[in-house]
Design a binder for this molecule. Structure first.
Ligand code: ACO
Length: 433
């Protein structure tokens, strides 16, 4: 017999079905809870709430497992990691054939450019504007330049819209950087692959092409792959919440970029580097960082440590640590921040506070050091995360739109404000002071 959960409230008992995922994860289906009991659940931060049934990404946080469509993340770290292949898998649900990949690459190449008037929009931002703000605004602006993709009624239109977004995000990202520096925009080069083209648009000058290093291109592919999806995190959940109101793909993903921006989520890679720089400048020793992170009276957190789901070493951090070592060694980069990161990790992993709370390095702990070695400016780190995450956002949006169980996302609350009270005309109100 199918398993049931029994909830007793006062002298009444209610049975609810227990559902099980393909990896044995179980959940109590409380869809009818309020209708039957008059009660709701209270779960700030949704740590115990399953908001959907998904086929995209599996995480076992206790064991440190991450799989895209069933494939362990470690298997993408091959001699030549290929972000397009991983993105296609995540979006469309199976590994692409050679023809699928070739066809998708053609659409990506033909749509890497931005509409000329869209390009002018960048001029409206001040030099020095945060690239994440420009990225989100410009992705939303795609809704104005592609009205034909506001409603995606069949597979071909969906693929066309997804490919345009996936291709253009790297152009928008590179232009955001160039606008923030006040340097000329560089057109995409149709002869370059996805990551190489991004590096070209970031670093070439009108008078000199940037020389693409294949190690760096591979490292970038891998960084993007490792960020490509992570099930119902803050930004993916945002994309789904916005999408649940039937907002279009561009608007939903633009909202995802905003959700990613903060230092507790995709902005953590930037915060890690700032923390390591602070130690390097001598403002704190690694030991002091650990002390501050543990202090109940300080807001300081060890950035790049801890995760809502991983209670073990984040498998992405393990791969990135090795890539970091590889890139720095091959390019003879002696970055003192790496030494500091290694020391902080060593101290944290044997400290009772971190051990008890199962706080391990997450994906952001080493990614910033690699990006520094590649020459990516610090304020672009969250943007790099966003480029990597776009396949996941697209896949989550698509899965949700096709799911007959989808309802508009609308949590409830426990109201704790004043009970009914009367309006007082302003002339009869006493001053607050
Ligand atoms: N440094 C010090 N203490 C920490 C840290 C940290 N990095 N992370 C969690 N803790 C402590 C908390 O203070 C809390 O302690 P308490 O039980 O004594 O109150 C306990 O560990 C649990 O922490 P929560 O904040 O409740 O855990 P939550 O799951 O809500 O947060 C988060 C996860 C936001 C990632 C948190 O670990 C954090 O802020 N880490 C630093 C920021 C970071 O690296 N973010 C990137 C995450 S990965 C990603 O988004 C791509």
């Amino acid at each position: 017999m199918a398993e049931r959960a029994i909830l007793t409230i006062g002298d009444r008992s209610y049975e609810f079905p227990v559902i099980e995922g393909s990896e044995g994860e179980r959940a109590i289906d409380i869809t009818e809870l309020r209708a039957r009991t008059g009660l709701i659940t209270y779960d700030p931060g949704f740590g115990n709430t399953g908001s959907c049934i998904s086929n995209i990404t599996f995480i076992d946080g206790e064991k440190g497992i991450l799989r895209y469509r069933g494939i362990p993340i470690e298997q993408f770290d091959r001699p030549t990691p290929n972000f397009i292949e991983a993105a296609w898998l995540i979006i469309f649900g199976r590994l692409p054939t050679k023809d699928d990949l070739a066809g998708f690459n053609v659409i990506l190449t033909e749509n890497a450019h931005l509409d000329e008037s869209m390009k002018h929009n960048f001029e409206g931002f001040p030099v020095g504007a945060p690239p994440m703000a420009m990225l989100s605004a410009m992705i939303n602006a795609l809704s104005c330049f592609h009205p034909e993709y506001l409603k995606l009624s069949d597979e071909d239109t969906f693929e066309a819209a997804a490919a345009r977004l996936f291709s253009k995000i790297r152009t928008i990202a590179a232009y955001s950087y160039r606008r923030s520096k006040g340097v000329p925009y560089i057109f995409p080069n149709p002869h370059l692959r996805y990551c190489a083209n991004f590096l070209h648009m970031m670093f070439s000058m009108p008078y000199k092409d940037h020389v693409i290093d294949s190690d760096i291109e591979d490292a970038l592919n891998l960084i993007f792959i490792l960020h490509a999806d992570h099930e119902q995190n803050c930004s993916a959940a945002t994309v789904r919440v916005v999408g649940s109101g039937q907002a279009n793909l561009f608007a939903s993903v633009a909202a995802g970029v905003c959700a990613l921006w903060g230092p507790r989520h995709g902005g953590a890679n930037l915060a890690v580097i700032r923390m390591l720089e602070d130690v390097h400048r001598g403002n704190h020793s690694p030991e002091e960082c650990i002390r501050m992170a543990k202090s109940q009276t300080s807001d300081f957190r060890l950035m790049g440590f801890g995760h809502r789901v991983y209670k073990n070493y984040d498998p992405r951090a393990r791969i990135l640590k090795a890539v970091c070592d590889r890139v720095l060694t091959r390019h003879h980069v002696n970055d003192p921040l790496l030494e500091i990161a290694l020391r902080l990790e060593e101290l944290a992993l044997k400290d009772e506070y971190f051990v008890e709370r199962k706080l391990y390095p997450n994906v952001d702990f080493y990614s910033g050091i690699i990006m520094r070695a590649i020459g990516i400016p610090t304020d672009m780190f969250p943007v790099m995360f966003a480029i990597g995450r776009v396949p996941g956002w697209i896949a989550q949006w698509r899965e949700q739109q096709g799911d007959p169980q989808t309802r508009i996302a609308r949590p409830r609350q426990i109201y704790a404000g004043p009970t009914v009270t009367s309006y007082i005309p302003i002339e009869r109100r006493e001053s607050a002071g």
